[in-house]
Design a protein around this ligand. Structure first.
Ligand SMILES: [Zn+2]
Length: 286
C-alpha cells in the first residue's frame, strides 16, 4: 500500500468533478490509482427545477445524490464533504451566509483539507486555478485553501491528530485560452453574448479570455474515458436543464475543447520544460 498511487481533487460543488476534470479522474481511477474527491459544499444554492426535487428533502440532498452517481461512474475511491454552504455567484446574498464557503476563514478550511491530506496521503493534489476557472467565489476560496493546506499538511510544526505528510505535486485545472477564444468567437457568430454565458448567464467568457492566461504544464488525453466523463456529467441532471445538450454551438465548442484536460503545475515551482502527459511523472516512490 505504501507506494500505491493516490490522487486527491479538492473542489467546491457537486458537478465540478465531472464537467471540469472528470476525464482525468476517470483516467487515473481506471489505471488503479485511488482517486479521492473533497467537495466543499453540496451546491445548495444551485437553481433546480422542482421536478428534480421529487423524493428529496432539499437541493443539497438531490445534488449529493447526483455527485454520488458521478463518483460511481468515474470510479472514485471516496467522496468527502466539508459541509460548507454554496456561496452562490458574486454579489448574491448567499455570499455572506454564516456557513458560506467564501465567508469561512481560510485557515479553518485549509486545516480541514490538511487533515484529509495527512490521512489519504496523495502524491498529487488537484484544484482550480487562482481565478477559480470562471471566478466563482467558492472556486477561488477552495483554491486558496487547498494551496495553504498543501503546505500545512507537510509542516512539522503544525500539529493535529496525524503525522505530517507532504504531497509531491499541486496542479491547477486550467481552461485552455485557445478554447475560450474559440468559444467567444462561436458565440458571437451564433448571436450569443459572450459576457453572459452559461446556464445562469453569469459567466463572462470575454473577461476570462483577458485574465485567465495560465501556463500549461501537463495535459491528459481523455479520449479513452470520453464515455465515463459524459455519463458522469449526465448524473447532474438538475444542472443540465432537461438533459445534456446534444447539438448546437455549445456542443461543438465543448467537443472541440474537451479532448484534453490541462493543468498548471503550482508546486513544485520548478516547472517541466515540456508538457507532461502524466500527472504522476517525476513522482518519487517512497
Ligand atoms: Zn462549481
Amino acid at each position: 500500500m505504501d507506494n500505491h498511487k493516490v490522487l486527491l481533487a479538492v473542489l467546491a460543488h457537486p458537478d465540478d468533478e465531472s464537467f471540469g476534470m472528470g476525464g482525468t479522474l476517470a483516467y487515473y481511477a481506471r489505471q488503479g490509482v485511488s482517486v479521492y474527491l473533497i467537495c466543499a459544499t453540496r451546491g445548495e444554492v444551485g437553481d433546480v427545477d422542482p421536478r428534480f426535487l421529487e423524493g428529496f428533502h432539499s437541493i443539497a440532498e438531490r445534488r449529493e445524490s447526483e455527485l454520488r452517481c458521478a463518483a460511481g461512474i468515474l470510479g472514485l475511491a471516496g467522496v468527502i464533504f466539508l459541509d460548507y454552504r454554496d456561496s452562490g455567484m458574486p454579489g448574491s446574498p448567499d455570499n455572506s451566509h454564516p456557513q458560506a464557503l467564501a465567508a469561512a476563514p481560510l485557515e479553518q478550511v485549509a486545516a480541514k483539507i490538511a487533515s484529509h491530506i495527512r490521512q489519504l496521503q496523495p502524491q498529487v493534489v488537484l484544484t482550480f486555478d487562482p481565478i477559480g476557472g470562471y471566478k466563482h467565489p467558492d472556486h477561488i476560496a477552495i483554491q486558496r485553501a487547498t494551496l495553504q493546506a498543501f503546505q500545512l499538511a507537510g509542516d512539522q510544526t503544525y500539529i493535529d491528530d496525524l503525522p505530517p505528510y507532504r504531497p509531491q505535486k499541486l496542479y491547477y485545472h486550467v481552461i485552455p485560452k485557445g478554447f475560450l477564444k474559440m468559444a467567444v468567437r462561436l458565440l458571437r457568430i451564433f448571436g450569443r453574448d459572450p459576457h453572459h454565458f452559461g446556464r445562469n448567464n453569469d459567466i463572462d467568457l470575454q473577461a476570462l479570455v483577458e485574465e485567465g492566461d495560465f501556463p500549461i504544464h501537463a495535459e491528459i488525453d481523455i479520449r479513452s474515458v470520453r464515455a465515463e466523463k459524459d455519463a458522469a456529467g449526465a448524473c447532474h441532471a438538475s444542472q443540465l436543464d432537461g438533459g445534456p445538450p446534444r447539438r448546437g454551438p455549445l456542443v461543438w465548442i465543448m467537443r472541440w475543447g474537451d479532448r484534453k484536460e490541462q493543468y498548471m503545475q503550482a508546486i513544485p515551482e520548478e516547472k517541466p520544460v515540456r508538457r507532461h502527459r502524466d500527472l504522476f511523472s517525476d513522482i518519487c516512490e517512497p
